[in-house]
Design a protein around this ligand. Structure first.
Ligand SMILES: NC(=O)c1ccc[n+]([C@@H]2O[C@H](COP(=O)([O-])OP(=O)(O)OC[C@H]3O[C@@H](n4cnc5c(N)ncnc54)[C@H](OP(=O)(O)O)[C@@H]3O)[C@@H](O)[C@H]2O)c1
Length: 506
């Protein structure tokens, strides 16, 4: 029971699905860097003209793997690539690979999924539900399986307001869903109260796992909104532009200028490295629980809600404000316009703002593109981005009451060494420094801007302008004022200072 998290993987063979995705890459890196595994086996599909090996080789050249390249230069030696596709029968595995997996794999992390909110229901079901069922069938044949963790989402049951670490009813079983798809029943009639096919298929998958006859040592891990890494393998690593990251990137480059007012709502962002640490710890717990039951299948798979809102709630307002504070310190160099936004609460006002702040400038820019012999794209991009904002609005306009008792209890089970190596507790989380890291992570990894261009970007952003600084006698304000005066060709800098009894401002 007291074995450390890393030790539980000693000489083990770990199968990861979704290792080419955002979470899967960070998981692979951390397992290889911190756990004495024998092999990490990655199940990867062929895409376009690249086979699985070629895709994986490209991934391990990425900056995310710089740290492990230094610490364990031969890390790729521990990776075994297997070509497979969740949509295919027997996962599209060759007979050799199938036999090898059955004989050797000890741990399965199932991260692969389609996370597109508006994926057609038949494809989302094929990947998310059928794919998981196929993997469970394979896992049930594994000769020495110690643990299986299925990655779901904290929003799988988003039609509810309160989400505990429990299974909830879904409108259809997987078999009924397949029949409805064959009968061409409209998607909206099938998914009922679910806002999209992603969360719906994740909910049906959870129930399929519950009723699956293969009683496996399995748990379900439900993370909320995964954002950049806090510190590992480097602070601020991000490649995923879904959700808040995509929206803020749009604001930073001056592309998005209006959005619904969600300021006082609680968002539920979690750092990617903490998420991976929690996921690895969940595997450790799963293996231990099943060991303790002496092989007798447990009643129900355990569910772990990995969320921040219970212990360290963060409002959208604070998220946007603190990210924007960093914008003043280091705006991107390649921006279309000065980064600003206007919030609206009324949808009619929203449509008017979108027309003036997105559509008119978009049409103008398209005209310029046409005149310079290029294809127009801005109006198309605005239409796509606004649809994305509308799809996300379900998650930004609403708030959920999560329970994360299992995650909190798991944290208490960890030894001090494990807590240091696999930190995931979000109690009293330092959002201030994290949001600073997050901003600079977007700037570096999404906008591909190097920190060395900050002086140039500040100068471009503020050239001949008048800057109005509030909080100028605070820590950030002083730094900002000094930097603006030193690096930017400003016309005026206006400091807004509150006069206090004992301080006289000149
Ligand atoms: N990102 C978040 O904020 C978030 C939040 C909560 C839960 N989650 C869950 O976390 C997991 C990972 O999410 P992510 O953000 O890493 O997503 P992602 O970046 O889109 O990665 C998805 C992964 O699934 C693989 N995949 C998709 N269809 C496949 C198929 N038919 N066969 C084999 N592999 C397939 C993709 O492979 P290809 O490279 O071949 O496409 C990719 O490796 C998902 O289960 C998601 O529901 C994510």
């Amino acid at each position: 029971m007291e074995t450390s998290v890393a030790e539980s993987f000693r000489n083990g063979i770990v199968l990861i699905t979704g290792c080419t995705g955002f979470l899967g890459k960070i998981l692979t890196e951390k397992l290889l860097r911190s756990c004495p595994v024998k092999n990490v086996v990655v199940l990867v599909r062929r895409k376009k003209e690249l086979n699985a090996n070629q895709r994986v080789a490209n991934i391990y050249k990425q900056k995310l793997f710089d740290r492990i390249r230094l610490e364990k230069p031969n890390f790729t030696k521990y990776i075994k690539v297997i070509e497979g596709n969740l949509e295919e029968l027997s996962l599209g595995l060759s007979l050799n690979d199938l036999e090898w997996i059955v004989d050797n794999v000890n741990f399965v992390f199932h991260c692969a999924a389609t996370i597109k909110f508006n994926e057609p229901l038949d494809l989302a079901s094929k990947i998310n539900i059928q794919g998981t069922e196929n993997l469970l069938a394979l896992a049930s044949k594994m000769k020495n399986l110690k643990g299986f963790v299925h990655v779901s989402t904290a929003y799988s049951h988003c039609p509810r307001n309160e989400i505990k670490e429990e299974f909830y009813k879904v409108p259809v079983t997987f078999t009924e869903l397949k029949n409805k798809l064959v009968d061409n029943v409209p998607t909206s009639n099938i998914i009922e109260d679910w806002p999209n096919t992603y969360t719906f298929t994740k909910a049906v998958t959870e129930n399929m796992i519950l009723t699956n006859e293969n009683r496996l040592p399995i748990s379900i891990f439900r993370p909320s909104i995964i954002a950049c890494t806090k510190s590992e393998p480097e602070p601020g690593w991000i490649e995923n532009i879904n959700g808040p990251t995509g929206l803020f990137s749009g604001v930073m480059v001056g592309f998005l200028r209006t959005a619904p007012n969600i300021g006082s709502n609680i968002t539920d962002i979690i750092p990617a490295d903490y998420t991976v640490n929690a996921l690895i710890s969940v595997m450790w717990d799963t293996v231990n629980r099943h060991k303790q039951s002496n092989g007798v299948p447990l009643e129900e798979p355990k569910i772990y809600n990995y969320v921040s809102s219970v212990e360290s709630p963060l409002t959208w307002g604070r998220y946007i404000r603190e990210m924007h504070d960093q914008y003043y310190v280091a705006p991107p160099l390649q921006s279309m316009w000065y980064g600003f936004y206007i919030f609206y609460t009324n949808s009619t006002v929203g449509s008017i703002l979108r027309f003036f702040l997105h559509r008119i400038p978009g049409a103008f820019m398209d005209l310029m593109l046409i005149l310079s012999g290029k294809s127009p794209k801005m109006l198309r991009m605005y239409s796509k981005s606004e649809s994305l904002i509308d799809l996300l609005s379900e998650f930004s306009m609403r708030q959920w009451m999560f329970d994360n008792r299992n995650i909190r209890e798991l944290w208490q089970l960890l030894s001090e060494d494990d807590k240091n190596e696999f930190r995931f507790s979000l109690k009293a989380f330092d959002w201030k420094s994290y949001l600073e890291t997050y901003y600079h992570g977007i700037r570096k990894h999404i906008l591909k801007e190097d920190i060395s261009n900050v002086e140039k970007a500040l100068s471009k952003n503020y050239k001949n302008g008048t800057v109005f600084v509030t909080g100028s006698i605070g820590f950030l304000g002083k730094l900002l004022t000094e930097k603006l005066l030193r690096s930017c060709s400003l016309k005026t800098i206006a400091l807004f200072v509150k006069i206090k009894d004992s301080i006289q401002v000149k």
